[in-house]
Design a protein around this ligand. Structure first.
Ligand SMILES: [Zn+2]
Length: 468
């Protein structure tokens, strides 16, 4: 070793290990970066692992998979970007790296507010840059159905639009061609798109389009306010399951993802308890209460998806009334649902709203207008998140597939506000999901973000700097 003093590298997420070598730096010239040679090898890297070596002679990345090479390339690009910014060369280092968790998700709600295709692509770019590998796309809601379904055209003719309160209408949707474009755009960046089709609740936009899918069949409007609503799909009617299957057939044809998210959260049971069809279903199926009827819905949909070679994910409410046999659970109301599901032998993705909801305000300030008005998640809070909860002793921790950043958009109205909500907390969560837990250091993150945020801003990204 030549005794080179390691200098600060802004890498986000931090790699598992950096070894500093001696020797002179690899020079770079703006606009003509040196090439990083990529080699696929059978050397036995972890599935997403890679090794990146930089000396004054040149740079190379090795991995056993294309995915590993891609991650190594991202690390290289981040190093080059920092060197260009600071006017330095590249240090002589060896980075050996692999992710801590196989599921590193970023979620976006395009229903409460609609985001154009270009914004969705930018969001995917960010996810790729920070080594996420899942884009969870929340496509249906009370306030808007955003996915074209050819068999049910009214879903987007009616369900994609709501009264904007000013005599106009607000909304939008993606055609199947546009969605395919997003799926392949994401795939080119090694990101799987997991679609979410909400059932049996959060269904008002669908019911506005097709009222006879509800219990009473009453005419309703696409919802314009935020909350939980009692008009939900009626599981007493066979045509509702035919509808689910028709929609899921097209979803499966568009999205190659093994996982299909069916929501399952926040479904009031008021209408079911007053509906003769639902009551008859419960009697016929021997279901003790409406919670078990919800479980019946999820099991039946899961069985349909399994028959098509897909796996069901739902929010942790799908535990209520009994979990479907193969279901994967997304634990959002704290950690309890995730712990319970893990103990029952199910796979789990942890995204408690206490730490992983980037639609919460970033600072506790009543003048802050971006984000849920009554919820705060600071950078430090997001960064303190530990995806492996306490209380898993004796349980297979590998059941925790990973974790996810969720961005709901009731209070995020456009692309600029989305950027502001995401940055810099998305960086903090990227590190939580990828880097070894022992590397966690808030002061180091703040220092690295200082340079990093300036780079994002140079790219035109609006960042929140009030908490840096
Ligand atoms: Zn009903």
């Amino acid at each position: 070793m030549a005794g080179i003093m390691p200098r600060r590298l802004d890498l986000i997420p931090l790699p598992a290990s950096i070894q500093w070598l001696g020797g002179s730096e690899l020079p770079i010239a703006i606009g003509s970066s040196p090439v990083c040679r990529e080699t696929l090898t059978e050397e036995g890297f972890a599935p997403e692992g890679y090794a990146l070596r930089i000396t004054c002679e040149g740079a190379s990345v090795k991995a056993s998979t294309a995915l590993g090479l891609a991650h190594g390339r991202q690390t290289w690009l981040q190093l080059v970007a920092q060197a260009e910014r600071e006017g330095n060369g590249l240090p002589n280092i060896v980075i050996e790296d692999e992710p801590r968790f196989p599921w590193r998700g970023g979620h976006l709600d395009v229903c409460r507010h609609f985001f154009p295709l270009e914004t969705v692509k930018r969001y995917i770019d960010w996810l790729a840059w920070y080594k996420f590998n899942v884009f969870h796309w929340h496509l249906t809601e009370d306030q808007g159905w955003r996915l074209e379904i050819e068999k049910y055209p009214r879903l987007t003719e009616i369900g994609a639009w709501r009264d904007d309160g000013d005599g106009g209408r607000y909304g939008g949707f993606y055609t199947q061609d546009e969605v395919r474009e997003i799926v392949s755009y994401a795939a080119e960046r090694n990101i799987t798109v997991v679609p979410e089709i909400e059932l049996p609740g959060h269904a008002m936009a669908a019911l506005a389009a097709y009222p006879d899918l509800g219990c009473a069949g009453r005419e309703i409007q696409v919802e314009t306010s935020w909350g939980i609503f009692e008009d939900v799909f009626c599981p007493g009617k066979e045509r509702v399951f035919a509808f689910f299957e028709g929609v899921l057939d097209e979803v499966c044809a568009i999205f190659p993802s093994v996982y299909i998210h069916i929501g399952g959260d926040e479904c009031p049971k008021t209408a079911w308890n007053a509906c003769p069809d639902c009551q008859k279903r419960m009697a016929d199926e021997g279901l003790g209460d409406a919670e078990e009827l919800q479980s019946y819905v999820v099991r039946r949909v899961e069985s349909y998806l399994l028959g098509r070679g897909r796996r069901l994910i739902g929010w942790d409410e799908i535990l209520e009334g009994g979990l479907a046999p193969e279901a994967t659970v997304m634990s959002w109301r704290g950690e309890e649902g995730g712990i319970t599901a893990t103990r029952a032998g199910h796979d789990v993705i942890m995204c408690p709203n206490s730490h992983c909801y980037l639609d919460h305000k970033q600072i506790d300030d009543p003048n802050e207008t971006v984000g849920q008005p009554d919820e705060v998640c600071t950078l430090a809070n997001a960064y303190s998140y530990e995806p492996l909860p306490k209380g898993l002793e004796g349980v297979n921790e590998a059941r925790i597939l990973g974790s996810q950043a969720n961005i709901w958009t009731e209070y995020i109205r456009d692309t600029r506000e989305l950027e502001y909500a995401a940055f810099p907390r998305l960086c903090a969560l990227a590190e939580v999901f990828w880097s070894p837990s022992g590397k966690r250091d808030l002061e180091s993150l703040r220092k690295r973000l200082a340079g990093h945020v300036s780079m994002l801003e140079n790219d035109g990204v609006r960042c929140c700097k009030k908490d840096l």
